[in-house]
Design a protein around this ligand. Sequence first.
Ligand SMILES: NC(=O)c1ccc[n+]([C@@H]2O[C@H](COP(=O)([O-])OP(=O)(O)OC[C@H]3O[C@@H](n4cnc5c(N)ncnc54)[C@H](O)[C@@H]3O)[C@@H](O)[C@H]2O)c1
Length: 247
Amino acid sequence: MSSSLSHQGRVAVVTGSGRGIGAAIALALAYHGAKVVAVDLQSPNAIVAAIGRNAVGVAADVSDPDGWAAIARVAEETFGQVDIVINNAAYYPNHPIEELDLDTWKRTMSVNLDAQFLSAKQFLPGMRRNKWGRFVGISSNSVGLTVKGMSHYIASKMGIIGFMRGLANDVASDGITCNAVLPGLTNTVATQAQGEEQRKATWQGQAIQRFAEPEDIVGPILFLTSDDAAFMTGQALVVDGGQYRVG
Ligand SMILES: NC(=O)c1ccc[n+]([C@@H]2O[C@H](COP(=O)([O-])OP(=O)(O)OC[C@H]3O[C@@H](n4cnc5c(N)ncnc54)[C@H](O)[C@@H]3O)[C@@H](O)[C@H]2O)c1
């Protein structure tokens, strides 16, 4: 990773940063100069310790409006105005449609999609005052693939793309961009339940023939949250080694 301080002076909230892709994003943003508000169901102390004084941890459920109020309070008391929001936390149980109940459907929408809306309501006023802001919603390349038992998850991940597209229209005049990132299958706790054969079958469908590590996903997120991406908004960026091609 290059060591430019492209994110110096920015305050970034990263949800689900206790492990996996969220942890890699938090570490990368800090490495590039951002102050990081690391959010998870339990405060992500290991990541905060790894970053040091430029990180603060918050225990919050991203589906809960009170959780977002707590995130904002800690962020502002510790570092000031939030400039960047990475909505990465997710709920992803596998249930074929016959076994999918309404509570699971609602929880999936609440964690994966409501959080995007709640974060916008929480942080847009400050971003508008500053005339600068970045929202990145972590979607999934599964929206374009055959993945069984995930209709609720795929609906929520498609919803993230839709919300980023729509929100982009409402906030562009204040220097705020909104984009979705669609990772492919990545080596995290979320995919550990899959056997080696199943994982291999997936990455063999990629142009780049290997299993992604969380660090493979962060580069495009660094770009989207930098000044360099100021003219790029409402987009869905696929980061999956060339498995799912769009356009
Ligand atoms: N791993 C993959 O193969 C893959 C592929 C495509 C997309 N994604 C997406 O990337 C993101 C990160 O995936 P991952 O594999 O690192 O997941 P993970 O399960 O390893 O980590 C997710 C983190 O989010 C936290 N979290 C869950 N619900 C929360 C809530 N309500 N409030 C606050 N925190 C909560 C968890 O405690 C956990 O630390 C997710 O949005 C996922 O859908 C992952």
